[in-house]
Design a protein around this ligand. Structure first.
Ligand SMILES: [Zn+2]
Length: 401
């Protein structure tokens, strides 16, 4: 039996000067429209307790385009601007559902430069892609084949901080799920990227340590350069290139890993690391591993859905590290450098493997108890409470970030 799925295929492309200029202008307009609509929605709410929805912002956009000051919005395709309003709507929906923070303004320097085109705004013919307001097709490097006879439904163009251009095509594809059995728990680490409840440790991609050193040096270089100088601009590009290389290698690494896990295993249990708790930590290693964790989770979400597997996220407060996976006793809090510990029951634990086993057990408890298990906080933070009776809150199925 095959399953129909939506799948994104990302490729590099090399725009002509005219295309690059048109796309840069589009990115700028997308950012402006998003920010103006966010401002309008926020003002309406704080001043008048009025909720402005997508349709209302769409009407605003039409009005903006008719003013002299904003007439330049007509120079770019209207579709990416409409899509920006849709993205803002989604951001608010996630905010109201307490899945995300309040939407923030897009910054010229830090925000992703991207524009989304739906079917009415591009032409797909004989394997060439031409965007609205352009005469020539994009010079795309087709580094892997698209599904047979596929017609993209959405095309997203973006440019990363290192100046590279990418186009992502959303296509209909089919997947033939294969049967799998068993369950695995995954613990996120800093030393080793991930630890599985099977005892397997997945290390960071090759060269990452060296790349990180280079990254730290490039950051120091950038900090020393005078603001606004040409050397500073050069240093910034250099830093972005190193960043891009680390991200790319990670991405490949995580893709291979998640594909293997999903192929081999029926049930995958992960920790529900709350993003809002993680973004405060500015340490480099931490920031990179957090980004990797979010990526891993996103990949697991769609791949488990594709293959009909179960993904369970268990709550973060769960003391997975110091809970003995053999007898269920809770050990004293231990510093990060303790890699191994022995429980009173005699079990010798590798810290991360033990955590992964506990995550797995917590996830399986959820599937046994049903979908909606209410949280029961640790009865005593210091005591030796029998943690086996705890039911960590968890979500069965596809969790939301
Ligand atoms: Zn024990």
């Amino acid at each position: 039996m095959t399953r129909a799925v939506k799948r994104a295929f990302k490729f590099r492309f090399y725009p002509t000067d005219a295309q690059a200029a048109q796309l840069s202008r589009t990115f700028g307009c997308v950012r402006l429209v998003y920010n103006m609509a966010l401002q309008a929605r926020t003002e309406a709410w704080t001043l008048r307790r009025e909720r402005i929805n997508y349709n209302a912002t769409s009407a605003l956009l039409t009005a903006w385009k008719k003013t002299d000051e904003l007439a330049f919005l007509n120079e770019v395709s209207s579709v990416p601007l409409q899509q920006a309003l849709r993205h803002l709507q989604t951001a608010f929906t996630d905010f109201w559902a307490r899945r995300a923070q309040h939407p923030r303004f897009k910054s010229k320097k830090r925000s992703r430069r991207s524009a989304e085109y739906t079917a009415s705004a591009f032409r797909w013919r004989d394997g060439t892609l031409t965007l609205a307001k352009m005469t020539e097709p994009l010079d795309v490097v087709w580094s892997r084949p698209l599904p047979q006879g596929c017609t993209p439904s959405t095309v997203t163009v973006s440019q990363d901080a290192a100046g590279r251009w990418f186009v992502s095509l959303l296509c209909d594809d089919t997947i033939t799920p294969t049967p799998a059995a068993g369950a695995v728990g995954i613990d996120a680490g800093i030393d080793s990227l991930l630890t599985l409840s099977t005892g397997e440790k997945i290390t960071n991609p090759r060269h990452e340590r060296a790349d990180r050193k280079r990254l730290a040096r490039a950051q120091r270089d950038l900090a020393r350069k005078q603001k606004g100088s040409a050397n500073r601009a050069k240093a910034r590009i250099k830093l972005a290139r190193i960043h891009a290389r680390i991200t790319d290698r990670r991405h490949d690494h995580l893709h291979k890993l998640t594909t293997r896990l999903v192929r081999e295993t029926q049930t995958i249990v992960i920790e529900d690391l709350a993003v809002r708790n993680m973004v405060k930590n500015h340490r480099l290693a931490r920031a990179i591993s957090d980004a990797a964790w979010r990526q891993l989770r996103t990949m697991l979400e769609y791949k488990t859905a594709w293959h009909g597997r179960t993904l369970i996220a268990v709550d973060r407060w769960f003391p997975s590290t110091r809970l003995c996976s053999t007898c269920g006793a809770l050990a004293q809090p231990m510093p990060l450098d303790v890699r191994e510990w022995t429980c009173r029951c005699g079990a010798l634990h590798d810290r991360d493997v033990n955590a992964a086993r506990n995550i797995l057990a917590a996830g399986l408890a959820v599937t046994a108890c049903g979908d909606d298990v209410r949280p029961q906080r640790e009865s005593s933070r210091t005591g030796q409470s029998s943690a086996k009776q705890e039911h960590p809150r968890a979500t069965k199925g596809i969790p939301v970030l």
